[in-house]
Every structure is written in C-alpha cells, then in structure tokens.
Design a protein around this ligand. Structure first.
Ligand code: ZN
Length: 349
C-alpha cells in the first residue's frame, strides 16, 4: 500500500469516527423520565423501543409496564399522556401501574405516551409547568407538559402536515401531534415513528381492548365522552348506560370517517384491538380560563376526572364480558366514590 493510500485511509477512518461520535451525541438525547412507582401487580417493565428499535435512546422512548395474571384472558392496553397536558389520563395510567393487580388476562400500561411532549411546559399555560400531589410518602411532582412533541426534538414544522397513509392535510404544527400520526410510519418523523411503535405493540402483543386516555376543555363537546371505533361502538353504548346507572353521565360517539390519524380510528381499523378514547373535562384546556387549577378545581378536580376514566374503562370491559363472555380482570384500584372522597394522593404510592 502506498503512503498516499495509507494516508487517505487514515483520513477516512478519522472522518468516519468523527461522524460516529456526532451520531452518538445526537442519539444520546434520552427520554425524560417521570415519577411512576410500580406496585405489586407489575410483573415486567420494558421500553416502547422494544417494538420499534430506532426509538431506543430517543426523546420519545418510554417505559412500558406489564401486569400479567396466571389466569388466561384478554390483553388490555392503557395509554396515558398522548397529550401531556391531559393529566387525568396520565394519573389513571399511573394508578394502574402503582395499584392494579391483574387477576385474569394481562394489562399493558404506558403512562407517558409521548415523553417528548412531557419534556417541556404546556404552551397554552407555561406558568403551570408542574403539579404536585401530596401522598403518604410525601409530595410528588409531575410535569404538566404540552400536547405536542417538543420542536427541539423533531425540528421545524412543515407548512402542511400530510397524514400517512391517507394523504389528508392538516396544519403544519399537527406534524408533532401523536394523535394525528396513527397508524404511524416506520421511517417517518419522530412522532410518526412513535405512533408506529404503538401500532406494532398492539399487533405484537395481540391486544384485545385498547384505551387512549385524554382530556378536553370543560366547555368542549368532547368533555365526558367515550369515542369508539365503529366496529366496537356497541360495547361503548352499553357502557354509557351502565355508567349512567352509576350516576356518571358520559356521552358516546364513533370515530369520524373523515378524520384520520386518531388512535381510536386507526388502531381499530388496522389492528385486531377494540379501540376506545376517553375524554374528561380539564379546566386547563378551557378557552377563557387564564389561571386554571388543574388539580383542585372545585367543579372538576383531578381526582374526579381520574375516577371517571377508571369507571369508564371498567364499564367498557364489563360490556365486553357481557357480550363476549370474558374480560381482563384486576383488583386494587379505588372505586369512583372512594377516589373522589379520599383524593388521588391516598392511592398514589
Ligand atoms: Zn387529547
């Protein structure tokens, strides 16, 4: 080998090493971790990147908790934090991880669906930043994040966001909205890949019933709503009647045919899972309320919103048991009345 060729080779190796170091620096942007304290029901903890390896060590990788029983039965999937300011969903999923014990079938829980959205304050009410709940083990503080992926993680928004695979166009900032990205794209943007990982999870784990937990402004049409994929709408209707008999008033509707990218639509259409989305009323998302108390609001306290999520999940599963003859069963979660009476802090670990 000539001296010149050797020199060129050394230069190339040096350049390659430099680039690999740059690559390492970028991929070392790890996900923000949040305070979730697994209870006795958790049999295994994994990462979302187990379902889509390119997400490993990116800001959207997140913890997946498995609560497996010894008794055969359906697989239930609970997703909180699709939108990181919709904290009743995050707290409901957190209660599953901290308190629930599966007694038939198994439960897969992700409390922070988009940790990138939970890595920065809500753009509508940045003053909130964090919220604190007093528990028996002391005050616990949680991020009140934004509804979209952090722009620092995904880069600038396009003028228009084109949903994959339908080609429907949205405002450019919706490119960072996980709930406009389903069923996702394996080689797409960070948010599209995040959606794709959930699509893989649902298929690989053969999930039977899936819930995506959200909140909406207190005056929104969506507040206190169960939205169901058309294929599993009947179960939601039965659940609404059941809830009303318990004194919990909710509305029901099916996925909009013209509006792609939402979890209940795409999970239900592209996987075997019955897909539901639940919305509770959050004063922090209400236009006109400038200084909301997202935990202790007198009309819609966080404990009541979480109790509503838990009651709606149970009612839908009861409808599945009535029609299909089986459901995922679990113990350990507070009743609707107890959660409102004693507060969330009583049940967080
Ligand atoms: Zn939402």
């Amino acid at each position: 080998m000539s001296i010149r060729r050797t020199f060129t080779l050394i230069t190339l190796i040096a350049v390659a090493l430099a680039f690999s170091c740059i690559g390492l620096q970028i991929s070392a942007a790890e996900p923000t971790m949040h305070d979730v304290r697994p209870g006795y029901g958790v049999t295994r903890i994994g990462w979302l990147s187990d379902y889509h390896a390119p997400l490993k060590a990116t800001p959207v990788d997140t913890r997946v908790y498995y609560l497996e029983s010894e008794v055969p039965g359906p697989t239930l999937f609970i997703l909180g934090g699709t939108h990181s300011n919709e904290i009743a969903g995050i707290m409901s999923a957190t209660l599953f991880v901290e308190r629930a014990v599966a007694t038939a079938g198994r439960i897969i829980v992700v409390p922070y669906a988009n940790p990138s959205g939970a890595s920065y304050p809500d753009t509508l009410h940045p003053q909130i930043g964090f919220y604190t709940i007093t528990t028996k083990s002391g005050p616990r503080t949680f991020r009140y994040g934004d509804r979209r992926t952090n722009p620092e993680h995904q880069g600038p928004d396009p003028d228009q966001y084109i949903h994959y695979p339908t080609g429907v166009a949205f405002d450019g900032n919706e490119a960072r909205n996980l709930d406009r990205a389903h069923p996702g794209k394996a080689d797409g943007t960070l948010t599209q890949q995040l959606a794709y990982a959930y699509h893989r999870l649902l298929i690989d784990e053969e999930v039977d019933v899936a819930f995506d937990l959200h909140e909406a402004g207190v005056t929104s049409r969506l507040a206190n709503m169960v939205i169901a994929n058309p294929k599993n709408l009947d179960y939601a209707v039965i659940a609404i009647v059941d809830l009303e008999l318990q004194g919990i008033v909710m509305n029901v509707e099916h996925s909009d045919d013209q509006f792609p990218g939402l979890s209940h639509r795409e999970w239900g259409d592209h996987t075997q899972a019955a897909a539901y989305l639940i919305e509770t009323p959050n004063p922090g998302q209400t236009p006109g309320i400038t200084d909301p108390d997202v935990v202790n609001d007198p009309v819609n306290p966080l404990a009541r919103r979480v109790a509503t999520h838990l009651a709606a999940i149970d009612a839908v599963l009861a409808a599945h048991e009535m029609v299909d003859g089986q459901r995922t069963k679990y113990t350990g979660l507070p009743s609707y009345d107890d959660l409102i009476k004693f507060g969330l802090g009583e049940y967080l670990r």
